[in-house]
Design a binder for this molecule. Structure first.
Ligand SMILES: *Cc1c(COP(=O)(O)O)cnc(C)c1O
Length: 419
């Protein structure tokens, strides 16, 4: 069992065979040079030291070759996105055909809804979690409006029960049972950004498909955090950003998944540009549109290579370590964090994230009764970077790539004195 001592935390770091990875990241520091205790990898992941080199390579090749870099660069820009596909597919448990890196998350959700939200007069509703990330809610509302539907009537919320914070799958089942004939799409966050709850996406897909609803998953808080097994889950589509757990830099490009079962359907409605046109004839320029199979068939534009270089730097690290090893450390690290919080002698604190490691990623959402944002401010003054959500929740994500058991120990010691 765990022990609540600094010695013990340091012992866990010594035994951690991923501990060396921390040195491969830039850890922000205070004015005296002390490392911040950084727990916001769920918002913006830290920078791998090798990212600079990867971007520099493309700057150098741009300087050296100009437009010829599309073919002559060491990593030719024409197929550059393909260099990311295999490792990204592994991270989300998909086949390479099913995955592409392009655009940003909300943009991808819209492009996916162009194809997979095909409402009729009677079957048009969209189900989201009541605690969905605002961007997803706005995206869905605007899709309803765009198709001429009332956003109040068209938006169905899957809510926690009175007095509870977490979602129950039976409640989604009930919604779909009762309103399935009117529901066109379920768009659900695989890991909820607020509670950290990891939902059973395979079960969600079954529930939706039983009533002929499309099922899409937002994996912003899942990719690089949990192992979602997208292909086996059977969900129709998914999208995620790469700047959170995938450490690819502010505003970096997003991932997109379209299940193989839709990948060869050329009849699906979709928006088009030169980048989802057949690669072989793209530069003939005068061909009629000929859509590519698989996820690549949703691209529109030639992508920003500098941003992709940062993604490549990060994915190379994930490739080396593997999600299995990361998840194993993550369960232990978050387990230790949870243990330490539960040792604090107070009734003001409640962890709203599920206690079952299979139902969460690395994040713990900690509710502090009678607290206000001044607690968050004090944490920050103590070099502890967390995320505050009104009215009283601190979201903390110990990331297995760069956070240590000692980080977690020190954080809880300081939290204790502030309470
Ligand atoms: C972070 C996050 C977003 C952000 O969307 P962008 O298009 O990348 O700005 C959207 N949805 C969820 C669930 C998120 O966690």
């Amino acid at each position: 069992m765990y022990k609540p001592t600094l010695n013990y935390a340091q012992q866990l770091d010594k035994e951690d065979n991923l501990a060396h990875l921390r040195a491969q990241f830039h850890i922000p520091k205070d004015a005296e040079g002390n490392d911040w205790l950084y727990f916001t990898g769920n918002s913006l992941g830290l920078q791998p030291k090798q990212t600079q080199q990867y971007i520099q390579q493309e700057l150098d090749d741009w300087a050296k070759y100009g437009v010829e870099g599309h073919f002559e660069a060491r990593n030719p820009w024409m197929p550059y996105h393909e260099f990311l596909t295999n490792s990204m597919a592994k991270i989300v448990g998909a086949k390479p055909l099913e995955v592409v890196v392009m655009n940003t998350l909300t943009t991808n959700l819209h492009l996916l809804m162009v194809s997979f939200y095909q409402p009729t007069k009677t079957k048009y509703k969209i189900v989201i979690e009541s605690d969905a990330f605002p961007s997803d809610r706005y995206a869905v509302q605007s899709q309803l409006k765009f198709h001429g539907f009332d956003t109040e009537k068209g938006l169905v919320e899957w809510k926690p029960r009175e007095g509870e914070e977490l979602l129950r799958i039976e409640d989604l089942e009930k919604i779909v049972d009762e309103q399935g004939d009117e529901i066109a799409l379920l768009l659900i966050g695989g890991v909820n950004y607020y509670t950290g709850q990891y939902l059973d996406i395979k079960r969600i897909a079954e529930i939706g498909h039983a009533k002929n609803c499309m099922v899409g998953i937002d994996l912003a808080h899942g990719a690089g955090n949990i192992s979602p097994e997208l292909h086996d889950s059977g969900v129709d589509f998914a999208a995620w950003c790469t700047y959170k757990y995938l450490n690819s830099g502010p505003g970096s490009l997003a991932g997109l998944f379209v299940h193989e079962k839709h990948g060869h359907n050329k009849e699906l409605p979709r928006f088009a540009g030169w980048w989802n046109h057949n690669k072989e004839t793209r530069f003939n320029m005068r061909q009629p549109f000929d859509v590519m199979p698989g996820a690549e068939g949703w691209q529109l534009s030639n992508p920003p290579i500098l941003s992709m270089a940062a993604i490549r730097a990060s994915l190379d690290m994930f490739e080396e370590v593997g999600m299995g090893a990361l998840r194993a450390k993550s369960e232990k690290l978050t387990g230790y964090f949870e243990y330490l919080i539960n040792q604090i002698d107070t009734d003001r604190i409640k962890i709203i994230t599920p206690s079952n490691p299979k139902e969460r990623g690395c994040q713990l959402s900690i509710q502090v009764r009678n607290a206000d944002k001044s607690l968050h401010k004090k944490l920050t003054e103590n070099n502890i970077i967390t995320d505050w959500r009104e009215p009283d929740v601190i979201r903390c994500a110990p990331v297995p790539m760069y956070n240590s058991f000692e980080d977690v120990y020190r954080m809880v010691e300081i939290l204790k004195t502030l309470l």
